[in-house]
Design a protein around this ligand. Structure first.
Ligand code: UFG
Length: 342
């Protein structure tokens, strides 16, 4: 029996696949490689290139493989882009989810662990955020993730399909040996941008806004290591297979760091100056996002191994130094910023 990882060539998916293989599990990967990288998929997994929205493609994979459970990490996930191109997000994220649930239903697959997001909460009423807090997304990306959770809920009602939604906060870091890591283009995430600047691949970091309602005026986020996220997905699948009820869990460290603190930490880890300036706010950024992940710790037995940002940044730094141009290692690859004005 195999676990299917949808989006297994992506940043988080590839780390989940790697961990599953390390644990001796059978793994099937589907990915359309629109943002993922073939090179990031552990070669011991069975890889099928194709799109979640393609019912024929899913049918062929589900017929060929003996799938017991699905880990679903496939989604467009840029908050800023989703504000400009909401239909792109509704098409990919929602239709992809419907097709995947249909294939699961057709083949009597009863377990799904889904990559949800802190973006489902919108602007939190209090910090740290609990799972039961109001969910009022402030961007189409967060809206799609919430709707995808609801789709699973109704499939549980109708077909007894059991689900876990993992609402993660800021995924960060890389596998310790630096063999896989984060590679987006354009890159929008804070840590890779800081580290590419440390490496001299970028001229400077722009911190988006220092007039937020936080102690130093910059946004506060809760960074959680990608290998700890991978473990949580596997624990969540085991939790469902033991017959537990469907549920959503926050995954975070429960400690917030401001953008300025992250920069200081990276300067310390890399021992580089890392030029930075304050720029305008980026649309769609809440002041602070910090998780209360007590439930995941108690019910899933989740115990994150990385509990400080220096260690998390250090693993990302190993990856960045080994792969300054990402997986394809194109020396002339031009690092771009997402244009929020477009
Ligand atoms: N930031 C900068 N400069 C940059 C890049 C980012 O100041 O060049 C800031 C952002 O404004 C934000 C913080 O760094 O304050 C973190 O930004 P990221 O883009 O790294 O991450 P986000 O918090 O925006 O997004 C992450 C995930 C989303 C998810 C969200 C939930 O990438 O998928 O967390 O909060 F929706």
């Amino acid at each position: 029996m195999a676990i299917l990882v949808a989006g297994g060539a992506g940043y988080i998916g590839s780390h989940i696949v790697d961990r599953l293989i390390e644990l001796g599990r059978d793994v099937v990967v589907i990915d359309n490689l629109s943002t993922g990288h073939r090179e990031s998929i552990n070669p011991k997994a069975h890889f099928y290139e194709g799109d979640n929205r393609d019912a024929d493609f899913l049918e062929s994979v589900f017929s060929k493989e003996n799938i017991e459970g699905v880990i679903h990490t496939t989604a467009y996930s840029l908050v800023g882009e989703s504000m400009q191109k909401p239909l792109k997000y509704f098409d990919n994220n929602l239709i992809g989810m419907v097709r995947l649930l249909e294939a699961m239903h057709d083949h009597d697959v009863k377990y799904i662990v889904f990559s949800s997001s802190a973006a489902t909460y919108g602007i939190p009423k209090h910090i740290p955020i609990k799972e039961s807090d109001p969910k009022e997304p402030i961007n189409p990306y967060g809206e799609t993730k919430l709707m995808m959770e609801h789709m699973m809920k109704w499939c549980d009602e109708a077909y007894g399909m059991k689900w876990v939604a993992l609402r993660y906060f800021n995924a960060a870091g890389a596998k310790k040996d630096g063999s896989i890591g984060e590679d987006h283009n354009p890159e929008t995430h804070l840590i890779p941008i800081i580290l590419q600047t440390a490496l001299g691949e970028r001229e400077k970091l722009q911190i988006y806004g220092d007039d937020y309602n936080t102690p130093d005026g910059t946004n506060i986020r809760d960074y959680v290591h990608v290998m700890d996220l991978a473990d949580a997905h596997i624990e969540a699948m085991d939790y469902l297979m033991k017959g537990n009820a469907s549920e959503a869990f926050n995954l975070g460290s429960s400690t917030g760091f401001s953008n300025k603190q992250m920069l200081e930490s990276a300067r310390h880890v890399t021992d580089k100056a890392i030029p930075a300036e304050i720029g305008p706010r980026r649309p769609g950024d809440p002041d602070s996002l910090v998780a209360d992940s007590t439930n995941a710790r108690e019910k899933l037995g989740w115990q994150p191994k990385y509990d400080n940002v220096d260690d998390i940044i250090a693993t990302a730094w190993t990856w960045t130094q080994k792969h300054p141009h990402g997986f394809d290692d194109q020396k002339d690859k031009k690092l771009t910023n997402y244009d929020y004005e477009k």
